[in-house]
Design a protein around this ligand. Structure first.
Ligand SMILES: [Zn+2]
Length: 94
């Protein structure tokens, strides 16, 4: 499976992270270190993070690294659950 997030402002996409249920890689760390941030469910790319305050004012800060990590994990977990559902239907030849 691949994880790729998209910026809710400009549509820019992160690189594709290959992972599966045995994967030890942590896309969340790399995404956060690259400067992505989030607001609620939405992700914002490093470029749009820099202009966030100009566009949204000082009173609506982005939600920060920990929330962004959790959002990335959420996306991965949802994908894994979808895969499990798919496997349970027996449509996948192991
Ligand atoms: Zn952007």
């Amino acid at each position: 499976m691949y994880l790729q997030i998209m910026c809710s402002c400009c549509g820019h996409r992160s690189r594709k992270f290959k992972y599966d249920r045995f994967s030890r890689t942590e896309p969340a760390e790399e995404i956060v270190n690259a400067g992505w941030d989030s607001f609620g469910d939405a992700f914002y790319c490093p470029k749009c993070v820099k202009t966030w305050e100009k566009r949204n004012g000082k009173n609506r800060p982005l939600w920060g690294k920990q929330h962004t990590r959790e959002r990335v994990y959420q996306v991965m977990v949802n994908d894994l659950l979808r895969e499990i559902e798919y496997l349970q239907k027996g449509e996948y030849d192991l």
